[in-house]
Design a protein around this ligand. Structure first.
Ligand SMILES: [Zn+2]
Length: 113
């Protein structure tokens, strides 16, 4: 499953960060998960619980911050409300995604010796 490879990449990254800060363990991992990131939060949690054993994340809590999709006009920058057609009603330009497709490691809480 897609979520398992994401989580294993995430844990690798957290281990690198933790090591560079001399941390012994990570208490909390906060991820921003976009609505359009193509990630299922429940699967992500399950994958994290399975993958963290024996890593610096073994005792870490996974916090997921849901980020809704936001669109704006490519031309004038007007924000396009959710549920509207994905094109600007003023200048007719197509919409671009402002946020909502991200999967970002936002914050780490580490235990440093
Ligand atoms: Zn526009």
């Amino acid at each position: 499953m897609h979520e398992y490879s994401l989580v294993s990449a995430l844990i690798d990254r957290v281990e690198t960060e933790a090591r560079s800060h001399g941390a012994l363990a990570v208490a909390r991992v906060r991820l921003r998960v976009g609505e359009l990131a193509g990630v299922e939060p429940d699967l992500l949690r399950t994958a994290f619980e399975m993958a963290r054993a024996g890593t610096v994340c073994a005792g870490a809590e996974l916090e997921l911050v849901a980020v809704g999709a936001r669109w704006a006009c490519r031309g004038c920058g007007r924000e396009i409300p959710a549920g509207e057609r994905l094109a600007c009603s003023i200048c007719g330009e197509p919409a671009r995604l402002v946020e909502g497709d991200e999967l970002i490691l936002e914050r780490l809480e580490m235990e440093v010796a």
